[in-house]
Design a protein around this ligand. Structure first.
Ligand SMILES: [Zn+2]
Length: 105
């Protein structure tokens, strides 16, 4: 968290606000430090690579600790985060599908 505070002090508050942000939005990896700015989620290094392959029109990936975020990116993230994103993007998806998607990634 210290590195996020140094590079993106405004972002650190919102990352710390949700315990769900300490786990990758797409897999069980702990302490993720990448984000899909466009989706408003925190993801691990491995999942960041997958998101990058989707293209920036779907998932715009930035590091929380190496890239300096624009204020509008932080503003957007403040309204989402992993907790809200899971409710929004995974609404109606059954536990079986979620489990399969995690073990196949
Ligand atoms: Zn991950």
């Amino acid at each position: 968290m210290e590195r996020i505070r140094q590079i993106n002090p405004g972002l650190e508050i919102f990352v710390a606000a949700q315990p769900e942000n300490s786990i990758c939005a797409d897999c069980p990896a702990k302490n993720p430090r990448w984000a899909s700015v466009s989706l408003g989620i925190i993801i691990c290094t491995g999942c960041a690579g997958v998101h990058r392959k989707l293209g920036t029109h779907i998932s715009f990936v930035q590091s929380c600790t190496f890239d300096r975020w624009k204020p509008e990116w932080i503003q957007k993230f403040s309204k989402m985060g992993n907790k809200v994103a899971k409710i929004y993007y995974e609404h109606g998806i059954t536990e079986v599908i979620l489990f399969v998607s995690q073990i196949c990634s």
